[in-house]
Design a protein around this ligand. Sequence first.
Ligand code: ZN
Length: 173
Amino acid sequence: MRQRAARDQKRLDSGAVTSPKDLESLQRELTSLAKRQGDLEDVVLEVMERRESAQERVAELTGRADSLQAKVDDAVARRDAAFAGIDAEAATATKERELTAADIPAALLGLYDKIRVKEGGIGAARLYQRRCEGCRLELNITEINDVRAAAADTVVRCENCHRILVRTPDSGL
Ligand SMILES: [Zn+2]
């Protein structure tokens, strides 16, 4: 369009066009070309502004994505650390259990394991203030008397949940 306007302007300036009608038409074309160029420049300006705002949005979203990724990385690192901690605790507990189990007579250990499987992982419970801490029920007076009468090395069990009851000075006997 610019080339065409320059060519028109050159013809106009050269004086080669002498007919008033041609001169007028040339002039009109130049005016129209100038207007269209102005319109196109406005469009270009608008497109550039839109591109700029789109670039700002991209930068903002990239920043947010980076910050979210950092949070994800942090959470993953904390999760992995927690897993490592749990694994270490489990290993220690397993070892402790092995050591403890080694001192317990095989028959008692077998009974304990049988109850443990049946009672959701807890085979023995503390008797605390006359209450079985396995099923949370308080023993009645007859049961308490039976436990009282039992020898220290007798295995006593809860009448309700059948778990092995562990007697301590806090048992309320
Ligand atoms: Zn019980």
